[in-house]
Design a protein around this ligand. Structure first.
Ligand code: ZN
Length: 101
């Protein structure tokens, strides 16, 4: 339980490694990739069984200037609190087609 009471949401996804629906765990790591003038940002989840990675889109082809500077730095530093807050964000998870059981 986090100090603010919010908890991460358990997510399931068809694993490209196992070939089965598995629980995926928040790795706490972001991946930031520059793509011309735009950036992509993902939060990486890993299969609880085989560690196969699943990248959940945080920002897609977005001008870095559109992302709040502190947030962008949090991505680059793999800020644990920021990763946890995405892990508890139902809209973010649904956008990425996460399943919940
Ligand atoms: Zn797997």
């Amino acid at each position: 339980m986090r100090p603010d009471g919010a908890e991460e949401i358990r997510v399931f996804h068809r694993c490209g490694g196992c070939g089965k629906k598995r629980e995926f765990l928040n790795s706490g790591k972001f991946r930031v990739n520059a793509n011309g003038k735009n950036v992509d940002v993902w939060l990486i989840y890993r299969c609880a069984k085989c560690k196969h990675s699943w990248n959940l889109t945080v920002y897609e082809r977005t001008r870095p200037g559109k992302i709040p500077r502190a947030l962008f730095e949090a991505f680059e530093q793999n800020d644990a609190e920021t990763a946890r807050s995405f892990g508890g964000d139902m809209n973010f998870l649904k956008r990425n087609h996460a399943e919940f059981r």
